[in-house]
Design a protein around this ligand. Structure first.
Ligand code: SAH
Ligand code: SF4
Ligand code: F3S
Length: 469
């Protein structure tokens, strides 16, 4: 598909969108139809959810948090771990009662889970009250799918068409007023052996830097204070584009835009991280000295079996270089416990790596077998129960490190983006450059702005502070 056919396809969808708006208007006798949209999973899915809301808004919908009053209910699903999938099946199952009470409600399920054939089939067979099932590659066709269900009273199933083109210009309804996402790239080419993402999101595709720059600048001009750049591996941004660009250069270009804002990004894969990237961050005006750098395992054999394409030494040398150019940098990471064949000895290498780096916090996962991935076929002799014991050991270690990292913060002055007021305590709550939460007394007007806060206390991994004089 070429760029012009993508434009033609979007204008075809716009015609469906206008028709759906008209039909819903008649069905609702002039009342605004309401949509309930629930997104699970990573920020990429959240960004997709905002596009879905954008399309629904153009079709005349407003939004509700109450399923009972909705005319359209959509679940945007995540397939990353079995537990995530089970929860979603449970929640979709519960919609049966809503459909029984309100037969005219339209129910749709989309997202990563639906790009797996078996799961989509199960949805089709076991949940007859679900009218629309679609995968990540056909998101832009939502108006057409809705049109078909409302005009032909048929169930619609769409998935599995690898998207060759990026659909620029889809409408977006952003959830946040001062925090926003900008997608840099879609899909993933890394095929880590445990991971379902490349199988459900397709091949990696980067957006043109001019399109990204335009969207980013608009957000800065609209007053957004924190813009997070998204991709499964932002460090390989630019691959396959005609222009001469990489992630470090893109960051430099975005950082040159004047304004009162912060740039975050995720996820940074260690295999493609470069010293140049850290040099750019060190010199930047808007990028906090903080990196989420998933290591997954501290053992070289396990890393190889995971197909991560780096070893412990390379990972630690990246951390060391970043610390050399930014002594105040902080790190968070993702880690998997109990990858098939991992021994306790190998797991201990994960613990020593955690100690060596001293993360402020960790996203921790027990390996979950995903159908269709190479790891699902690997011998996995350690019981789940045993893995939970290792997992607890890791959590205990990280808890003590997090407590120490929090303690280090006391007395420091931090630029905090104020996010909300905590109802229970009446304190404002925000995040430091290093993404740590800090609570402090202050006026509501500060919400959505930066404030300089002096950290006064670190208790149970929560920082307390006061506005700096
Ligand atoms: N693209 C990102 C990760 C996205 S998925 C990266 O490579 O860093 C987020 C995290 O979920 C991963 O970093 C990994 O720690 C975890 N994860 C992915 N698949 C998993 C599985 N099958 N079992 C357990 N954890 C998994
Ligand atoms: Fe999954 Fe690896 Fe791609 Fe991350 S880089 S999404 S872990 S395959
Ligand atoms: Fe889940 Fe899909 Fe993200 S599987 S983690 S929502 S890319």
């Amino acid at each position: 598909m070429t760029e012009t056919t993508a434009v033609a396809e979007l204008s075809r969808q716009a015609a469906f969108s206008a028709d759906v708006a008209e039909i819903m208007n008649i069905r609702k006798r002039g009342e605004t139809p309401l949509a309930f949209v629930r997104t699970y999973g990573c920020q990429q899915n959240v960004a997709d959810g905002e596009k879905i809301k954008g399309m629904l808004f153009e079709m005349g919908f407003s939004f509700t948090e109450n399923q009972e009053e909705a005319d359209f209910i959509l679940f945007n699903t995540c397939a990353i771990r079995e537990h995530a999938e089970d929860r979603i099946f449970g929640n979709v199952g519960a919609l049966k009662h809503i459909k029984a009470r309100n037969p005219s409600v339209l129910i749709a399920v989309c997202g990563c889970m639906m790009e797996q054939e078996k799961i989509a089939e199960k949805m089709k067979k076991s949940f007859p009250f679900v009218s629309i099932v679609f995968g990540t590659h056909v998101l832009h066709q939502l108006p057409e799918m809705l049109y078909k269900t409302v005009t032909e009273s048929k169930r619609v199933f769409m998935r599995g068409h690898e998207q060759k083109e990026i659909y620029e210009g889809l409408p977006v309804r952003r959830d946040g007023k001062f925090k926003a996402w900008v997608t840099l790239m879609y899909g993933c080419d890394n095929f880590c052996t445990y991971c379902i993402v490349p199988h459900v999101r397709g091949r990696e595709k980067s957006r043109k830097s001019d399109d990204i720059y335009r969207e980013f600048k608009e957000l800065v001009e609209a007053g957004y204070k924190e813009i997070t750049l998204l991709g499964q591996n932002v460090n390989s941004y630019g691959k396959g584009l005609e222009e001469e660009i990489n992630f470090a250069k893109l960051l430099e270009r975005l950082d040159s835009i004047d304004g009162d804002y912060r740039i975050r990004f995720m996820t940074s894969h260690p295999k493609d991280a470069t010293p140049e990237l850290y040099d750019v961050i060190a010199k930047s005006r808007h990028i906090p000295h903080y990196i989420h750098l998933p290591f997954q395992s501290g053992n070289d054999r396990v890393l190889k079996a995971m197909n991560r394409h780096y070893n412990r030494e390379k990972y630690l040398s990246l951390v060391q270089y970043a610390r050399k150019v930014m002594p105040d940098i902080s790190f968070t990471s993702d880690v998997i416990v109990g990858f098939p064949g991992e021994t306790y000895e190998e797991f201990k290498d994960t613990l020593t790596l955690i100690e060596e780096v001293g993360y402020t916090s960790l996203f921790t996962f027990i390996f979950s077998s995903r159908d269709g991935t190479p790891a699902a076929k690997m011998p996995d002799p350690v019981s789940y129960k045993e893995k939970t014991v290792w997992f607890q050991e890791l959590l205990d270690l990280q808890e003590s490190i997090s407590a120490a990292r929090c303690g280090d913060m006391v007395g420091k002055k931090e630029m905090v983006l104020v996010e909300n007021k905590v109802e229970k305590t009446g304190l404002l709550s925000g995040r430091t450059a290093g993404n740590m939460i800090v609570d402090f007394p202050g006026e509501d007007e500060l919400i959505g702005n930066f404030a300089e806060v002096t950290i006064t206390e670190a208790k149970n991994y929560v920082l307390k502070g006061k506005l700096s004089d």
